[in-house]
Design a protein around this ligand. Structure first.
Ligand code: SF4
Ligand code: SF4
Length: 87
């Protein structure tokens, strides 16, 4: 089941309870800002997740995934690939 647009597993995220976040695919905007550029881009293309995109993994997604402070060493990109491989 797809949990986010970028591949983050919202079910494993501590903020879900702390910030009462419904999870990426269920919310209009994230608690941390006006909008998430990845969510905006992905939903704007009518895609379920970034792995379905012709430009995957784009520079922006790479930037988020490998960000020194907020990134996850590409884990979310690998997750998108797994979602894409699912029947
Ligand atoms: S970074 Fe953006 S696309 Fe990724 S889970 Fe958070 S809101 Fe969704
Ligand atoms: S991979 Fe990049 S260009 Fe494609 S939907 Fe995701 S954020 Fe947008």
């Amino acid at each position: 089941m797809v949990e986010s647009r970028c591949g983050i597993l919202c079910s494993e995220c501590n903020y879900r309870e702390q910030m009462n976040c419904g999870g990426c695919v269920h919310i209009q905007k994230p608690f941390w800002g006006e909008e998430c550029p990845l969510k905006e881009c992905c939903e704007g293309k009518g895609l379920e997740h970034c792995g379905q995109c012709a430009d995957f993994p784009c520079d922006l997604l790479n930037q988020f995934a490998y960000d020194e402070a907020q990134g996850d060493d590409g884990k979310r990109i690998a997750q998108c690939k797994m979602w894409k491989a699912q029947p």
